[in-house]
Design a protein. Sequence first.
Length: 241
Amino acid sequence: MIKKLTYDTDKCLIDCDGIIIPSHNVKVLYNSNTARPFVYFEPKSNGDNSGTGIAIVGPYGSTHRDLVNQNMMLIRGKYQVKNEQELLRGRIWENVNDFGDMITIWDTYYGGPISSDLINRIRESLCIHEGIEIDDMWLAFLCDKNTCDYYLITVDDYIFGGYSDKKDLIAAFEKQSKSGGAPAGRWKDWDYKNQGIGYLGYHLMTRQDENKGQKMVFTESDIRHMVNECVKKILDFINYL
């Protein structure tokens, strides 16, 4: 499901330095104790972890400049990433009124499109390297600077929407609106996530619909999420007892 915030109605301003949405009583800045910067990049070296994305998260209330400077030897030295445009900067905002946790991205300074595949790699890296699960967090994008409208979509929905760039959300939202609010994107005909089967079930069932008759293959990421969900359910059951 995609949400849209318009400047005319919500008077909002959302970027990596702050989230201001008067209509939802939201005003938080980068130095808040509920905001953490992160940087994502893909190593160029032949060292450890080469070829897999790396995500580094900074302390609450800190800046991207400090985060990059403190990890310069790691980024430029060990992983040989020297082009600033290869560093994707973002921020995780916790407990934003009415929205829960949100993620904003400095895509202006990034040298490529914000595709579903890129967001998936960031999700996996944050989980592997920082132990942070972002599946249900809201991504906030300014897709058209001329209208100043913001589009919000969860990380899960963005990944499985199969978007080539954030601008695809404009057409996807229009399609969603015409369909009476049904989920937009690749899986618009089904809303598996609300059927109680969880992230992995949503992932596998939607793939099964698209590839009927084909052999289903579990990836390393699929298995990792399966284990994570099992552990979460066991812990929830223990806590309930």
